[in-house]
Design a protein around this ligand. Structure first.
Ligand code: GDP
Length: 313
């Protein structure tokens, strides 16, 4: 990931470093190159504008650093602004004063929520926590089973709703009286938190339903789960491969559900990086974790400075 963006920026800086002094027109040319490189990497336009605006302003402001030549100063500014649009500081999960800490996962179908639930559970368990995964995705018939399998692989307990309620082979259906009675995901989430409290789990991770596109009903459902469970963290899970659609999706979840951070998945893929570079700015919330593969251990805390270095080195 980021290979093409990295190569483009490296070339831009190489050209800049050849110059002893940096004139305003050199700065403008550099910013133009950066702008094109970011847009080609699928970074959202408002983010590109904010980024290049800040670099230009600070570049013109010519912060005088005795130890650095003008070109190095521009590179330093670009690095700092990149860290800034990636969210600045590393942000860790805030644990509730009174357990259990409730962490809810929201995002489009296929973004990697269920896989990430297992990874986060394992990661927390490795740190001495006693997490419980809650299967509140009742949209897809096999989502509950999938979470159970994920939990088993990760060695983390799972709270699943009563099967009869979920799959609907219930009396109403059998008597031909109409539709299946799927359980209510909000109730399942609340019951899951209650179960954790009873059994002494100190963290609850709630997996919620997603759709292939933003959907008003599911958004409301996720919003209700957040409110009814008093979720401490709502993590928006986003596939890094999603490209330009990242902005609209991220905004919809930030506005419709209310999120406290994001999780970038599939960073092991060959995405151009746009989602990664846009999501913190678009949502106003930090990226907290990176998921880098399908294995249960493929999870990392997200460090904006390290990600910026990876792009610029
Ligand atoms: P959900 O619908 O949001 O719960 O998404 P899933 O957890 O079912 O993931 C969808 C697909 O993406 C599955 O095939 C996962 O194995 C795969 N996946 C999830 N996270 C990653 C990741 O970080 N890297 C890669 N390469 N694949 C992933």
């Amino acid at each position: 990931m980021f290979n093409s963006l990295s190569d483009r920026l490296a070339l831009t800086f190489k050209n800049l470093k050849r110059k002893g002094t940096v004139t305003e027109s050199d700065l403008n040319a550099t910013i133009r190159d950066i702008r094109m490189a970011l847009l080609d990497a699928d970074v959202a336009l408002p983010v590109v504008k904010e980024f290049t605006g800040a670099v230009r302003e600070r570049g013109l402001g010519a912060e005088v650093h005795q130890a650095l030549n003008p070109a190095q100063q521009i590179v330093k500014i670009v690095n700092e602004e990149l860290v800034s649009i990636l969210g600045g500081q590393t942000r860790r999960i805030t644990l509730a004063k009174t357990p259990p800490t409730v962490i809810m996962l929201a995002g489009l179908q296929g973004s990697g929520k269920t896989t990430f639930a297992g990874k986060l559970g394992r990661w927390l368990a490795d740190q001495g926590h006693t997490p419980l995964l809650v299967a509140a995705d009742l949209q897809r018939p096999n989502a509950v089973t999938q979470l159970e399998v994920v939990g088993q692989r990760a060695g983390v307990a799972v709270f699943a709703p009563e099967r009869g309620n979920v799959f609907g082979h219930d009396a109403a259906l059998e008597s031909g009286e109409g539709t299946r009675s799927f359980g209510d995901p909000v109730d399942v989430a609340v019951d899951g938190v209650e179960d954790a409290r009873r059994k002494g789990h100190d963290v609850v991770i709630i997996d919620t339903a997603g759709r292939l596109a933003v959907d008003v009903n599911l958004m409301r459902q996720a919003h209700d789960i957040r409110l009814e469970t008093n979720a401490h963290e709502v993590l928006f899970v986003i596939d890094a491969m999603i490209g330009q659609a990242a902005v609209e999706t991220a905004k919809a979840f930030a506005d419709g559900v209310g999120i406290t951070g994001s999780v970038l998945t599939k960073l092991d893929g060959d995405a151009r990086g746009g989602a990664a570079l846009s999501v913190a700015t678009v949502t106003g919330q930090p990226i907290m974790f990176a998921s880098t593969g399908e294995g249960v251990k493929d999870i990392e805390l997200f460090h904006p400075d390290r990600m910026a270095s990876r792009i610029l080195d």
